[in-house]
Design a binder for this molecule. Sequence first.
Ligand SMILES: Nc1ncnc2c1ncn2[C@@H]1O[C@H](COP(=O)(O)OP(=O)(O)OP(=O)(O)O)[C@@H](O)[C@H]1O
Ligand SMILES: [Mg+2]
Length: 253
Amino acid sequence: MRRRRIYEGKGKVLFEGPEPGTVVQYFKDDATAFNNKKTGTITGKGVLNNRISEFIMSRLNDIGVPTHFMRRLNMREQLVREVEILPIEVVVRNVAAGSFAKRFGLEEGGRLPRSIIEYYYKSDELDDPLITEEHITAMGWAATQDLDEVMQMSLRVNDFLQGLFIGCGLTLVDFKLEFGRLWEDEEMRLVLADEISPDSCRLWDVESGERMDKDRFRRDMGGVEEAYQEVARRLGVLPEAGPLDLKGPKTVQ
Ligand SMILES: Nc1ncnc2c1ncn2[C@@H]1O[C@H](COP(=O)(O)OP(=O)(O)OP(=O)(O)O)[C@@H](O)[C@H]1O
Ligand SMILES: [Mg+2]
């Protein structure tokens, strides 16, 4: 049966789900960086990110952080609740890296005195500019109360993820979250949406300091596939099938 394609993004495709209010997220192997200026393929990434995000979202649901995740459907797809995505990317930082290190002229790798939350406006045309809470509330992207909730949830996610990853020998340097509005009989709830994976987190091996995330792709470091596989392996979610099977079908319906 052909499903209606709702949206094709850089890393995923969204299809209409089987029941109203649901969508299917299909995880692609496509990789982009620097807002589409660099594109490529990371073989098996979709399969691994589907598993990794499933695992993390499920554990977050377990500890009472509401998420869009319902269930994994197959190697590359998961069923999630359809939400109205807030046009904001929430970035939580524990260690200086990437644009943060650049902006403040810091060397990458310094632990921040406390976790820092940043907001970016989701706009490819504008290159996702850094914004403040004032911008968000004044532009009506989220109310002060909603933003408080987003901040509290983000810090809980950070605490949980830091513990989870340190148990796997990985330092959670920073990560990006997206939230959405879920309407249930006139009531609105904010839930965590999108994905949590090595595409959206910086993860450094505790022992060697090696990068185990999309920075390997951004910076042409090689060993990209292996890094994603290693993260999945350490989380205990590496699919049984061998690396060759990760290739899977390249085409989507
Ligand atoms: N539960 C959900 N309901 C509706 N939309 C969602 C949900 N979870 C994630 N999305 C949106 O689906 C898209 C996922 O695709 P992908 O991550 O490939 O997008 P992208 O290219 O990064 O684009 P964007 O700039 O919009 O994030 C994103 O736009 C994301 O905001
Ligand atoms: Mg995205």
